[in-house]
Design a protein around this ligand. Structure first.
Ligand code: NAD
Ligand code: WQD
Length: 339
């Protein structure tokens, strides 16, 4: 056990972190979760242990608390950190920019300072397609310039910049920057999935709440976009694929030691109505919707160029939209039965 590489997963009880936790365990890593559970259900670690069949240590702490973070990293004997912990709602970030900078920027700096003090030099960072803003040319390559349109996206650009600068200052740093597109789906066990403790704003979690009857209808933000059916197009990627991307990222850092910055998407785009119809099919539920005006700050179309992830990490997404919607629905049904 002790010879397995030990990874600290900040935000490891959240949506992407919990799936990555399982993928890392399967790949032979040891993991410790650090989370303050502000956007995670308290029983996620127990569910993870049920699936994994082994204990998963959890440090309940806030990344804004520099001394708590320093203590955890100093004691942990970590080989790497995967830093998921952040606030992630674009509209919330517009309403509370200071709160977003505190968690996403100060929190990251606390982690990095703790790593430096403990001599941990490997980190994988959750960045986002949000940093690209509204690029006109598709697909979006990693060389598309950053053009953040809101405080959330600004905090991710900040995070990338700090990491890139640290990498330049200390060539021994090994840094993986992963720019996720639109994560969807759930673990095949049906025991973990996207289950935020705060009201969702992303498309599939909202559709899920309509399918379960918690919301009356989906509000579609605009049907006059320059797309075939007039609704927005995004690159939805299965969270299981994303989780595998993190394993590949860590393995690459531990293998050749080089740093990388890659998009994680499928390279394919689907419209809001395509997602809605697919979800209705796999769930057998009616998903009523009404069309309203465009949401401020939205882009018409966004999908990833995937060549660099393939070349650098050997990463290719395996799951299609149907699998994403079906696994999300299986998870929600299981949760409804459990409560
Ligand atoms: P999530 O909210 O499900 O997970 C984040 C976790 O971090 C939660 O468990 C939360 O409790 C924890 N957390 C938040 N603030 C904390 C703090 N101050 N101290 C300790 N823990 C804290 O979100 P997710 O979808 O799993 O996103 C993970 C990462 O990926 C985030 O950095 C997010 O910005 C990024 N990302 C997400 C998406 C997406 O659409 N889900 C897309 C691109 C990038
Ligand atoms: C997808 C499509 C909406 C909700 C956001 C963040 C990004 C990243 C992923 C963190 C768009 C439409 C949505 C609804 C709708 N997260 N929609 N009705 O905006 O591409 O990206 O999440 O990093 O940073 O910006 O995702 O799921 O909100 O929207 O019509 O109730 O669904 O207009 O076309 P988005 P989304």
């Amino acid at each position: 056990m002790a010879d397995r590489p030990h990874v600290l997963l900040t935000g490891g009880a959240g949506f992407i972190g919990s799936h990555t936790c399982l993928a890392l365990l399967v790949a032979g890593f040891r993991v410790t979760i650090l989370d303050n559970f502000e956007n995670a259900q308290a029983d996620v670690p127990a569910r993870l242990e049920q699936i994994a069949g082994c204990p998963i240590p959890v440090e309940r702490a806030d990344i804004r608390d520099a001394s708590a973070v320093a203590g955890i990293v100093a004691r942990g004997g970590f080989d790497a950190v995967v830093h998921f912990a952040a606030r992630k709602s674009v509209p919330d970030s517009v309403a509370d920019p200071l709160g977003y900078y505190e968690t996403n920027c100060t929190g990251l700096l606390n982690i990095l300072a703790a790593m430096r003090a403990a001599g941990v030099r490997r980190i994988v960072f959750s960045s986002s397609a949000a940093i690209y803003g509204m690029p006109e040319v598709m697909p979006i390559t990693e060389d598309t310039p950053a053009a953040p349109l809101n405080p959330y996206a600004e905090t991710k650009v900040f995070g990338e910049n700090v990491l890139l600068a640290m990498g330049r200052a200390d060539p021994a740093m090994q840094i993986g920057i992963l720019r996720y597109f639109n994560p969807v789906g759930a673990h095949p066990s049906g025991l973990i999935g996207e289950d935020p403790s705060q009201p969702p704003g992303n498309l599939v979690p909202v559709i899920g709440r309509v399918a379960t009857g918690q919301l009356e209808q989906l509000t579609v933000f605009g049907s006059d976009w320059p797309t075939p059916d007039g609704t927005g197009i995004r690159d939805y990627i299965h969270v299981e694929d994303l989780a595998r991307g993190h394993v590949l990222s860590l393995q690459a850092l531990m293998g050749d030691g080089g740093s990388h910055l890659v998009n994680l998407g499928t390279g394919k785009g689907y419209s809001v109505l395509e997602v809605l119809r697919t979800y209705a099919q796999v769930s057998g539920r009616d998903i009523p919707y009404r069309i309203v005006d465009r949401r401020p700050g939205d882009a018409a179309v966004s999908y990833a160029a995937t060549e660099r992830a393939r070349a650098v990490l050997g990463f290719e997404a395996r799951h299609d939209l149907r699998a994403m919607c079906a696994s999300n629905w299986a998870y929600l049904k299981g949760r409804m039965a459990a409560v």
